[in-house]
Design a protein around this ligand. Structure first.
Ligand SMILES: C[S@@+](CC[C@H](N)C(=O)[O-])C[C@H]1O[C@@H](n2cnc3c(N)ncnc32)[C@H](O)[C@@H]1O
Length: 199
C-alpha cells in the first residue's frame, strides 16, 4: 500500500510524472474506481500513461491492493479518501483526463445536491485539467446525465463532445465495463457515456 498511496501532507511535485516509478507521459485520474476493473485494465494496457485512482471505500482499495500485489504496476498511484482533497492538492493544468464512472447516483431529488458533479467540483476539474484535457462521465441514471450536461454547460469551461444523440450510448473506445455498469444493465437501465473537453 505504502508504495502506491499518495501522501498529501507533502507538497505535490510540479511535474506529476515524477510520482511514478515508470516513465510516463500523460496523466489520468479516475475518481471512485470501486472494484478497480476499469482502472487496472487501462493502466495495464497503457504503461506509458500515469494513472491516479481514488477510492475511499475500504473494500475497493483492498481489492486493488490485492491485484497490485499479484501484478505490480509502476504507472499507478492511489488515494483512499475524498477525491476533492486530491483535486485541491494537484497542480493547475496537470492532468490530461478525468474519468468519473458511475458516481453515486443520488436518484432522489432532495439528494441531488450531494452528487459529485456540481459547480464546485467542475471548478476543481477545470483548474487541474490541461486545456484540451478530457472529462468523461458515465452513468445509468438519466436524471444524473441531464444534470451533468446542464452543469457543464452552465459552468462554461467545458465543451461537450457529441456527434449525434446515439453517441451517448456508445461506450468509450476499449471500454472494459465496470461492476456497477454490469449491474445497471442486468437491471434494464441503459448507460450514457459523455465526454467533455476542457476549453
Ligand atoms: C456507484 S460506485 C461505482 C464504482 C465504479 N466506478 C464502478 O463503475 O463499478 C461509486 C464509487 O464512488 C466512490 N466515491 C463516492 N464519493 C467519492 C468521493 N468523494 N471521492 C472519491 N470516490 C468517491 C464510492 O466509494 C463508490 O465506490
Amino acid at each position: 500500500m505504502r508504495e502506491y498511496r499518495l501522501d498529501l501532507t507533502a507538497e505535490a511535485p510540479a511535474d506529476l510524472r515524477t510520482l511514478f516509478k515508470a516513465e510516463v507521459s500523460a496523466l489520468q485520474l479516475e475518481i471512485g474506481f470501486g472494484g478497480g476493473e476499469h482502472l487496472l485494465h487501462r493502466a495495464k494496457e497503457a504503461p506509458g500513461i500515469g494513472f491516479i485512482g481514488v477510492e475511499p471505500f475500504v473494500n475497493g482499495m483492498a481489492k486493488m491492493m490485492t491485484a497490485l500485489g499479484k501484478t505490480p504496476l509502476g504507472n499507478l498511484r492511489v488515494y483512499d479518501d475524498d477525491a476533492t482533497r486530491l483535486l485541491d492538492w494537484l497542480p493547475s493544468a496537470s492532468l490530461d483526463g478525468i474519468d468519473l464512472l458511475y458516481p453515486d447516483p443520488w436518484p432522489k431529488k432532495k439528494h441531488w445536491k450531494r452528487r459529485f458533479v456540481g459547480a464546485a467540483n467542475l471548478g476543481r476539474f477545470a483548474r487541474v485539467l490541461k486545456p484540451g484535457g478530457r472529462f468523461r462521465f458515465a452513468s445509468d441514471i438519466d436524471s444524473y446525465v441531464n444534470w451533468t450536461l446542464l452543469a457543464c454547460r452552465a459552468h462554461g469551461a467545458f465543451a461537450w463532445e457529441a456527434g449525434e444523440a446515439a453517441d451517448w450510448h456508445q461506450p468509450y473506445e476499449g471500454w472494459p465495463g465496470t461492476r456497477y455498469e454490469a449491474k445497471a444493465i442486468r437491471e434494464g437501465r441503459r448507460p450514457a457515456y459523455l465526454t467533455f473537453i476542457r476549453k
